[in-house]
Design a protein around this ligand. Structure first.
Ligand SMILES: [Zn+2]
Length: 440
């Protein structure tokens, strides 16, 4: 009898132990490693849109089929960010904001890095959390000029992975294929959202492509941008499909890239061009040979570079454009070529409404699909006459900004009120646990 009672006692203890240990581990995890597992952390506002969104509505365009998240319900008609059509607002319940996890673990072993998204305690309001992107590190001098972040007087270059992470969608080629245009009888045809090139003749010499100042070669497949169907073609701006009820002056954006899948059965050259706000940046790429020809710094000279050869027969994913004053070419997620661009003019830009183009050179066949256009965030300084803004960070201070620059409340305002974001404010690296649909 005594033995049975003893055994039962031990069994009870084991049951308690087996229940308590995982619960304690979970609580420890929540407190020390990852916040948001037990107690859901949801995004409340739109300051990080479209990367993370707060409570929002879902728009659906009856013209192009694009679906997107937006905030604001005072308008009966909203504008599709993909094809610029004015569409009826759907009667729907608001959709809850993204659920996030904040990983403290990362902060134990690694200092926060530039362009990382972090959860933090707001320095200006006790008990409130915020999610922002780190753009300035301790000790640095941060300024915002013409939409770009400058640190210690120099423009910060994002690498390819950072650029892709930050990128704001401008156009999904699959849906708004009519924004990508070509001249009839040049060899292009559009079929099932794919652009196919067939040519029986050599269409261009390399020399003529490089000297084509205005991009007038007839065979360019070119992107024409529209913000509003009634206004016609115009340069890309820092418009957000998310901000349907924000009325403000839009800024022209010059940091753009196209992503697409490229396949070709034989060897040849592909011409790529992007207008950087001042002039055309153009390069010729022979994927199989691994050769790139571009305009070097200054005019009249060509720069030839050797890059890793790529076989496009099975299809490769290409990223091309100008970003933070660099010409970037990436293949299958890796940077293949990068060239820094000079920035000679301080005056207004002269962007064009057809800023991106693709040209087959000496290819008999080629196929381009999944064409999409992206832009960089155009960071806005707080209103000042000279449009400049500079903050010297203390040795323990970070400068954080929201991706949705026009509506975000962040270090721009906090620093003016003397509210500093230090390592003690940071909770952890933020990532999305759930969302109702994919935005990127
Ligand atoms: Zn649309």
């Amino acid at each position: 009898m005594v033995r049975i009672t003893k055994t039962l006692g031990w069994a009870k203890r084991w049951v308690w132990l087996l229940t308590l240990v995982p619960v304690a581990a979970l609580i420890g995890c929540e407190c020390w490693l990852v916040q948001g597992l037990l107690v859901p952390r949801r995004v409340a506002g739109g300051s990080m849109a479209p990367t993370f969104v707060g409570d929002h509505f879902q728009g659906e365009c009856h013209v192009c089929g694009h679906r997107w998240a937006y905030e604001g319900q005072q308008f009966e008609r909203i504008i599709c960010p993909d094809c610029a059509s004015r569409v009826d607002r759907l009667e729907s319940e608001p959709i809850r904001g993204d659920r996030l996890l904040f990983s403290r673990w990362r902060l134990f072993f690694q200092s926060p890095r530039r362009w990382e998204i972090v959860g933090l305690r707001r320095p200006d309001r006790v008990g409130e959390l915020a999610v922002k992107r780190i753009v300035g590190l301790p000790g640095e001098s941060v300024s915002i000029r013409r939409g770009d972040i400058h640190v210690d007087g120099r423009l910060v270059h994002k690498d390819l992975a950072e650029a892709l992470d930050v990128a704001i969608p401008v156009s999904h080629g699959d849906r708004s294929v009519d924004r990508w245009r070509f001249e009839e009888k040049t060899g292009w045809r559009c079929q099932d959202h794919r652009f196919c090139w067939t040519s029986m003749v050599e269409n261009s010499s390399l020399e003529s492509v490089m000297t084509d100042i205005h991009g007038e070669q007839p065979a360019w497949l070119a992107y024409y941008h529209q913000e509003n169907l009634a206004a016609g073609n115009q340069p890309v701006t820092d418009n957000y499909g998310y901000n349907q009820d924000v009325s403000r002056r839009l800024h022209q954006v010059r940091d753009l890239f196209a992503t697409f899948r490229f396949s070709a059965p034989a060897t040849g050259w592909i011409g790529l061009q992007c207008h950087d706000g001042d002039r055309w940046q153009r390069l010729l790429w022979n994927p199989v040979d691994g050769t790139i020809r571009s305009h070097g710094p200054g005019s009249g000279k060509y720069l030839d570079a050797e890059v890793e050869p790529v076989d496009p027969r099975a299809g490769v994913d290409v990223v091309f454009g100008t970003w933070d004053r660099q010409l970037l070419l990436g293949v299958n997620g890796r940077a293949l070529y990068r060239q820094e661009l000079d920035d000679p003019k301080d005056g207004p830009w002269t962007p064009v409404s057809n800023p991106l183009g693709i040209l087959p050179v000496r290819y008999k066949e080629m196929e381009i699909q999944r064409l999409r256009v992206w832009r960089d965030i155009y960071y806005l300084p707080l209103a000042r006459a000279d449009g400049r803004y500079e903050v010297k960070l203390a040795d323990d201070e970070y400068f954080v900004l929201g991706d949705n620059a026009p509506i975000s409340v962040d270090s721009r305002q906090w620093s003016q009120g003397g509210h500093r974001v230090t390592v003690h404010n940071l909770i952890g690296r933020a990532r999305r646990l759930s969302s109702d649909h994919s935005r990127k």
